[in-house]
Design a protein around this ligand. Structure first.
Ligand SMILES: [Zn+2]
Length: 77
């Protein structure tokens, strides 16, 4: 209904290995908070952050997840 899925338009890179990450979320009605799941698009051969991914949690934006600054490199469009 009022859900605004940004779909595949929002991408991040892994701060550990530089590989692309996907970010999916479920949107709860009547709430700006989304449940996120973020992980490598392809399993990395070696990533120092592998044990910390997938990143899951609830926030209005993925970059607002507590661990996001340590894991994500937001792409400048
Ligand atoms: Zn990585």
């Amino acid at each position: 209904m009022g859900s605004k899925e940004r779909g595949p338009g929002r991408h991040y890179e892994c701060r550990g290995c530089g590989q692309p990450l996907y970010a999916t979320h479920t949107h709860q009605e009547d709430s700006p908070v989304r449940d996120w799941e973020i992980d490598h698009q392809h399993p990395p051969s070696a990533c120092p952050l592998e044990r910390l991914l997938p990143l899951t949690g609830s926030a209005d934006q993925a970059v607002h997840l507590p661990q996001a600054p340590h894991l994500l490199l937001p792409l400048p469009h």
